[in-house]
Design a protein around this ligand. Sequence first.
Ligand SMILES: N[C@@H](CCC(=O)NCCCC(=O)O)C(=O)O
Length: 257
Amino acid sequence: MSRPVVGIIGNTDLLNGDYPAYTGGRMNAEAIAEVSGCMPLLIPAHPGYVSPHELMSVFDGFLFTGGRPNVHPMEYGEEETEAHGTFDRCRDAIALPLIRACVEAGQPFLGICRGFQEVNVAMGGTLYPEIRDLPGRMNHRMPPDGSLEEKFALRHPVRFSKGGEFERLMGSGEVMTNTLHGQGIKRPGKRIVIDGHAPDGTPEALYVKDAPGFTFAVQWHPEWKAGEDPVSRPLFEAFGDAVRAFSVQRNGMRKSA
Ligand SMILES: N[C@@H](CCC(=O)NCCCC(=O)O)C(=O)O
C-alpha cells in the first residue's frame, strides 16, 4: 500500500544569488518520511503553476515550513516598512488561501515558524515585524554566525495552557525549544487558540478552534532532529496519524462514489 502524501510548501529562492529555485530544508522531508511515515513532496508555491484546489486533491496533508522571507503586511492590513524585511509574495498567494481551505475541509496541516505565522494571518491575525524591539521581549533570532548545531540549539522553554491540546499531546506542561525567528504574533486571528507561550509572552503554539482536522502550528523548528527529539517526535507522529486518517477516509469516499 502506498503512503499518504504530504505537500511541503517551499520557498522561492535564488541559489548562489542568481539561480531561481524552490527550496525546502531536507530536515522537513526527513521528518515527514521517517517520523510521520508519509511521502514528502516539495511544492513549487507559485500561483501560475499550482492552485490550492488542485493541491488539495493531490495531497493528503501539508507542511507549512519555515522561511526567511516574511508574510507581506498587506495580507493583514498593514503598510510595508523597512522593518518588515523581505517577502515571498508567490508563497503568500498559495499558502494563505490553502490554509483557509484546509481548515474548512478538515485536511490536516502542520505549521512551522513562518508556517505558524501564516496560519495566524490566514485566519485574520496580525504580526509584529520585529519582536526583539518590543519592551520585555527576548531576541528570538538564531545566532547569525553560529554552526547549524548552534542555530538549532534549545534556547527557551515553552509553557502550554493547562489542560490544553499541546499539553495533552506532549504529555508535559513545559518543553524546551529552539528559536529562529524575528517576527511574532501580534493579534491572534479568528478561531486561533494560542496554546503555548515563551517566558517573555511570545506566542509559540496554536491550533484553530473547532476545525475538523489537524491544525497545529509552532513558532519553533521541530523538524530539527525530529526522530530523536522528545518534543518533535510526538508532534510529527500525531501529524502523520492525522494525514493517514484523512487519506483512508477520502479514499473510502472516492471508491464508493
Ligand atoms: N521570516 C519569519 C519566519 C522565520 C523562519 O521561518 N525562520 C526559519 C528560517 C529557516 C531558514 O534558514 O530558511 C520571521 O523571521 O519571523
